[in-house]
Design a protein around this ligand. Structure first.
Ligand SMILES: *[C@@H]1O[C@H](CO)[C@@H](O)[C@H](O)[C@H]1NC(C)=O
Ligand SMILES: *[C@@H]1O[C@H](CO)[C@@H](O)[C@H](O)[C@H]1NC(C)=O
Ligand SMILES: *[C@@H]1O[C@H](CO)[C@@H](O)[C@H](O)[C@H]1NC(C)=O
Ligand SMILES: *[C@@H]1O[C@H](CO)[C@@H](O)[C@H](O)[C@H]1NC(C)=O
Length: 314
C-alpha cells in the first residue's frame, strides 16, 4: 500500500517537475559548421538552452546530451563526429522548460567539414582517380557549382615536388603521363562556387607501375649489356693468355707429384693387390677368336658358293 503511494507520488513529481510553460527556441538550423537558433521574442537572458543529439546510424529514440552545451549561447559548433546526426534544443528555466525543437540531420550541404571520398586505381604510367560524395546533399543544393580540386605531386627522396591541381566536375579523373616507378600522392577538396569548401581529404599515395613494354625493353637492354660484358671479359682473358702464354703454361702445368718414400717401397714390395684387378686380356682374345672363326667359316662358305657357281656356269 505504502509502496504504491510512493510510486504514485514519484510519478506525479516527475510529471510536475518539468512544466512546459516556456517558449521554445526559434529557427533552429545548421549554418556552415554551426547549429544555431534564436530566442523567442518574450524571453529574458536567464534562460538556458539544452542540446541533445541522435547519431545518424541510430534508428531508435535514444537521445544523448551534448556535454559541452548548457548555456545561454545561441549556437553550437558541430564537429565531424556529428556527421549524420539530428539535434534538438529546448529552453530551460528552473523547472520550467519548452518543447524540443529539431534540426535537420547534419549533411555536407549544411556543415562545412565534408571531404570527397578518394580512391585510386593505379595503371602503368597513369592513375584513375575516383571521387565520391559523402552524401548527395551538396549536388542537390548546389548542382553545377560543386567541383573537385584534385591535387597530386611526386614524392622524391622524401621531399615533395610542386603539386599540380586539376579542377573537375567528373567523378572519374584519369591522370596521365606519370613517371613509372615513382611515388605520387593525391588529395582532394570540394570547390563550391569556385571557393574551397569543407576539409582537405587525407593523402593517398601510390607507386606507379611500369608498362609491359618498358619492362621488356629493360630486360632486353640488360641481356644485351650482360652478353657484351661476357664477350668483353672473354676478350680480355684471351688477350692476357696470348700475351703471357709462357707464364700461363707454367701456371697451368700439373703439379709434380712427390710420392713419399715409404709409399714407393710399398708399391715395389708387391703387396699392392695389382692381380686383383680384372685383366680383360683373355676375354678380349677369346672374342677376337670367335670373330675370326666366324669370318673364316663365312669365307669358307663364300668360297664354296663361289665354287658351286663356277661349276654351274661351266
Ligand atoms: C544540462 O541540461 C540538462 C537538461 O537537458 C540538465 O539535466 C543538466 O543538469 C544540465 N547540466 C548542467 C551542467 O547544467
Ligand atoms: C515557471 O513558470 C511558472 C508559470 O509560468 C512561473 O510562475 C514560475 O515562476 C516559473 N519558474 C521559474 C523557475 O522560472
Ligand atoms: C586547389 O588545391 C591546391 C592545392 O591544395 C591549391 O593550391 C589551389 O589554390 C586550389 N585551387 C582552388 C581554385 O582553390
Ligand atoms: C577540418 O578542418 C578544420 C579547420 O579548417 C579542422 O579544425 C578540423 O580538425 C578538420 N577536420 C578533419 C576531420 O580533418
Amino acid at each position: 500500500m505504502i509502496r504504491q503511494i510512493c510510486v504514485g507520488l514519484v510519478l506525479t513529481l516527475l510529471i510536475n517537475i518539468e512544466t512546459l510553460c516556456l517558449n521554445p527556441p526559434q529557427d533552429v538550423r545548421i549554418v556552415r559548421s554551426n547549429l544555431q537558433w534564436k530566442r523567442p521574442a518574450d524571453d529574458d537572458d536567464s534562460v538556458l538552452y539544452s542540446l541533445q543529439y541522435k547519431p545518424g546510424h541510430n534508428t531508435g529514440d535514444e537521445w544523448y546530451s551534448v556535454t559541452s552545451h548548457n548555456g545561454t549561447q545561441l549556437r553550437f559548433q558541430i564537429t565531424p563526429e556529428f556527421y549524420g546526426a539530428v539535434f534538438r534544443v529546448r529552453a530551460e528555466q528552473g523547472i520550467n522548460v519548452s518543447e524540443w525543437q529539431y534540426s535537420d540531420s547534419v549533411n555536407c550541404a549544411n556543415a562545412n567539414f565534408c571531404v570527397p571520398l578518394l580512391k585510386l586505381s593505379v595503371k602503368p604510367e597513369m592513375v584513375l582517380v575516383t571521387m565520391a560524395h559523402m552524401d548527395e546533399s551538396l549536388e542537390k543544393e548546389d548542382g553545377e557549382h560543386v567541383e573537385f580540386n584534385l591535387s597530386y605531386w611526386k614524392v622524391n627522396n622524401g621531399g615533395y615536388l610542386k603539386p599540380e591541381s586539376v579542377i573537375t566536375k567528373s567523378k572519374n579523373e584519369p591522370i596521365f603521363q606519370l613517371e613509372s616507378g615513382q611515388k605520387y600522392c593525391f588529395q582532394v577538396q570540394y570547390l563550391l562556387y569556385e571557393k574551397p569548401y569543407g576539409n582537405v581529404s587525407n593523402q593517398i599515395c601510390a607507386i606507379i607501375p611500369e608498362t609491359p613494354e618498358t619492362i621488356k625493353s629493360r630486360h632486353l637492354l640488360f641481356s644485351i649489356f650482360a652478353s657484351f660484358l661476357v664477350t668483353a671479359m672473354c676478350g680480355v682473358c684471351i688477350f692476357l693468355l696470348f700475351k703471357h702464354h709462357k707464364k700461363a703454361k707454367q701456371l697451368l702445368q700439373p703439379l709434380r707429384l712427390e710420392i713419399p718414400h715409404h709409399y714407393q717401397e710399398f708399391f715395389r714390395s708387391g703387396e699392392f693387390p695389382l692381380q686383383a684387378c680384372p685383366s680383360g686380356s683373355s676375354q678380349s682374345l677369346r672374342s677376337y677368336d670367335m670373330i675370326t672363326v666366324i669370318e673364316c667359316s663365312n669365307l669358307k662358305q663364300k668360297g664354296q658358293e663361289e665354287e658351286q657357281e663356277t661349276t654351274i656356269s661351266t
